[in-house]
Ligand binder design. Structure first.
Ligand SMILES: [Zn+2]
Length: 87
């Protein structure tokens, strides 16, 4: 099964971790960390915050490699959540 890429944080996630719409149906665009009940969990998140968070995840927590973090950072502006901020 192909992992999904969250259109907010850019992380790959398994289908069990999909976000939820307001009617509790799954929303495969976003992971559960980012999107619950039809809303983003962190409304104040910016692209810049996200870049810092990804780099910290790579450096401090070893959840992802630095290369993965940089790769995600490169595609972030093309994700659905951020695309409209860059027109
Ligand atoms: Zn996410």
């Amino acid at each position: 099964m192909k992992p999904l890429q969250c259109q907010s944080c850019g992380m790959m996630f398994p289908k069990e971790d999909v976000g939820t719409n307001r009617d509790n149906s799954p929303n495969e665009d976003f992971c559960y960390n980012c999107f619950q009940n039809g809303e983003f969990t962190d409304h104040h998140l910016t692209l810049h915050n996200l870049e810092i968070r990804l780099l910290e995840m790579a450096k401090l927590h070893n959840e992802i490699s630095l290369e993965e973090a940089q790769q995600i950072i490169r595609v972030l502006p093309d994700l659905k959540r951020w695309r409209m901020n860059h027109i």
